[in-house]
Design a binder for this molecule. Structure first.
Ligand code: SAH
Ligand code: MG
Length: 196
């Protein structure tokens, strides 16, 4: 991977206010992903490819990332960035709405990273569980949504997101097949490991 290019992609994304993976969140995932050495990673929410490029470092040889993005302009930028970072052979973008694409997927993944529409997290979880290998891990970013999820007050606009993020937390916590941690790192990160 071309680290110089990755740095540029990160800086440009921050300038353009694209909500990319935060450094402290990546630092937590780094330890887990280094140990895991994944063959296949599924990402929901590519944006401009920043996190996918970061994750490509943790794949085992011939490993692959499938990443889903619905905004055409972002897909275009992501393709450019992935090329600049020299990881084209490791990252495959699926363009479209994850709500439609996920049910069509059949292969199993070592890791699923959920980082798209907050109102859809419970649905993404259901699909992630279906697509996860026996010893797989699901990460969900922005799970505490600027503190709204733990707080009392939230504006109408955020209400659906908050309700669905709370439902996600309840489901992963109650699921006896999962071992879950909710971390206050970045915008909140849920880590759920499948218990085999
Ligand atoms: N993972 C990226 C950031 C993703 S931001 C990184 O850290 O670099 C969230 C992205 O999810 C946005 O680009 C948005 O267009 C996309 N998105 C939101 N809902 C989606 C859906 N239902 N299907 C596909 N993409 C979606
Ligand atoms: Mg995020």
């Amino acid at each position: 991977m071309n680290k110089e290019e990755l740095k540029k992609i990160k800086e440009k994304s921050l300038e353009e206010h694209i909500p990319i993976l935060m450094d402290e969140t990546l630092a937590v995932m780094d330890k887990i992903l280094k140990e895991k050495k994944s063959e296949k990673i599924l990402e929901i929410g590519t944006a401009v490819g920043y996190s996918a490029i970061c994750f490509s470092e943790y794949l085992c040889e011939n490993g692959r990332i499938d990443t889903i993005e619905r905004e055409e302009e972002r897909v275009k930028q992501a393709l450019e960035n992935i090329k600049k970072a020299e990881v084209e052979e490791k990252i495959h973008i699926l363009q479209g709405d994850a709500v439609e694409i996920l049910p069509t997927l059949k292969e199993k993944y070592d890791v699923v990273f959920i980082d798209a529409a907050k109102g859809k997290y419970p649905f993404f979880l259901e699909q992630a569980l279906r697509l996860l290998k026996e010893d797989g891990i699901i990460f969900a970013d922005n799970i505490l949504y600027k503190g709204y999820v733990m707080g009392e007050y939230h504006k109408h606009k955020q209400r659906t997101a908050v309700r669905n993020l709370r439902e996600y937390i309840k489901e992963v916590t109650d699921n006896p097949g999962l071992n879950t941690q909710i971390l206050e790192v970045g915008d909140g990160l849920a880590i759920s490991r499948k218990i085999s």
